[in-house]
Design a protein around this ligand. Structure first.
Ligand code: NDP
Length: 297
């Protein structure tokens, strides 16, 4: 048996196109563009790449992008003042502070300064609380992207056994909440879980968000299961001095057992920014007091 490949790249492109159409409709109705502000502190190379592609894709979707780059030694108070200013700026619907922040800054404090109605990253404790109790709010982009791929593949998830490996606040925990809200029976596994292969073998849905190259082996996977690989790990390539990206799942092995698998790269990765744009559009409609049909996006 060969598993189906879940094409996150194509799904994300469709989602961005849909956001683009709705962003044009929003502009016509509201008389302004939906706007996303991205704040980058310091010169972390990976963060610079992310911020650049976020800005580019925001503009391509027909929304306004406001980039704020601050030097690494910026006092925390200055960053907080910028966030406060963005909170009250009517042109800004979504605020994203790129993590990690330099060591002298308290990330939690910075995130809790963001107005929860502009928290398009979904990292604010109020966003986490809203997700936990089932109120409308913002859900972190990566797990929401995983859920979209799962629903596209499987339709209803009700009653399915789901195992999420990883319990971080940005992936594992919100992923588990989303699956629970879809009426899955959810297990959250982590570094202290005993008999992890056995736990994973029960699952109709496996979401691996660990950060360990190819940890999940083919014989951990229930035949026909749907496997979502969030992991991004850089490992040495066959060619000397080169590296390549792999996920948390042994992809080649999983292809022989699973029903469907996301590749790395090209699976979950492209979904994250597409969902960020989607969240920004939803924020824009809410902030402008305009209706967006629940099933619009
Ligand atoms: P964290 O490091 O915050 O969390 C990793 C989790 O994995 C922890 O809960 C940890 O358990 C668990 N874990 C570690 N070792 C094991 C083990 N041997 N067995 C079982 N569980 C284990 O990572 P993130 O959640 O931030 O990210 C996870 C992966 O997803 C990374 O590879 C990251 O690069 C990738 N990622 C990809 C994104 C994308 O856009 N595609 C976005 C975000 C992340 P414990 O809590 O006990 O320590």
């Amino acid at each position: 048996m060969t598993a189906a490949i879940i094409d996150g790249k194509a799904f994300a492109a469709n989602l961005r196109a849909k956001v683009g159409e709705l962003a044009a409709a929003f502009e016509a109705e509201a008389g302004r563009k939906a706007g996303l502000a991205v704040v980058l502190v310091g010169e972390d190379p990976a963060s610079q790449v992310y911020v650049r592609s976020k800005g580019k894709q925001t503009v391509e979707a027909g929304m306004a992008s406001f980039e704020h780059r601050l030097p690494a030694e910026t006092p925390e108070a200055d960053l907080l003042a910028l966030v406060e200013q963005l909170n009250t700026d009517p042109a800004v619907d979504g605020i994203l502070v790129q993590l990690p922040l330099p060591g002298h800054m308290d990330e939690q404090k910075v995130i809790s300064t963001i107005n929860p109605d502009k928290d398009v990253d979904g990292f604010h404790v109020i966003s986490a609380g809203r997700l936990a109790v089932g109120q409308p709010g913002f859900v972190p982009c990566t797990p929401l992207g995983c859920l979209m791929l799962l629903k596209d593949r499987l339709g209803s998830l009700s009653g399915l056994d789901a195992v999420v490996i990883g319990r971080s606040n940005i992936v594992g925990k919100p992923m588990a909440q989303l699956l629970l809200a879809e009426s899955c029976t959810v297990t959250i596994a982590h570094s202290r879980t005993q008999n992890l292969p056995e736990v994973v073998r029960r699952a109709d849905i496996v979401v691996a968000a660990v950060g360990r190259a190819e940890m999940v082996k083919a014989d951990w996977i229930k035949p026909g299961a749907t496997v979502i690989d969030v992991g991004i790990n850089r490992v040495p390539a066959a060619e000397a001095g080169k590296t390549r990206l792999v996920g948390d799942v042994d992809y080649a092995g999983a292809m022989d057992v699973a029903g469907a698998v996301t590749p790395v790269p090209g699976g979950v990765g492209p979904m994250t920014i597409a969902v960020l744009l989607r969240n920004t559009l939803v924020a824009a409609y809410r902030n402008a007091g305009l209706e967006l049909a629940a099933d619009a996006i």
